[in-house]
Design a protein. Sequence first.
Length: 88
Amino acid sequence: MKVETIYYSKDFVKQLRKLPKAIQEKAIAKEKIFKVNPMHNSLRLHQLKGDLIDLWSISIDMKYRIIFNRQLNGDLLFISIGKHDIVY
C-alpha cells in the first residue's frame, strides 16, 4: 500500500479533537510514520473483516486506532479515530 493523499472526514476531525492531548499527539506521530512506511510494525495495519471488509485499521496504541478506507483513485479517507470498539 502506497500513501499518496490522506483526507479526513468531519467525524474523524470531531473525534480527534475530543481525544486526550497525549493521544492526539500519538495519532499525529503515527500518521507521519504511516505516510513514510505504511507497513511499519508499530502500526499493525490490517483490513477489517465481515461487513467492514472495505475498511482498514492502524493502531495508535493498544487502546486507540484509526479506521480508514481507500478511495478508487488510491487516496485514503480517515473515517474515525478512537478506542478499538469505535466501529461497533
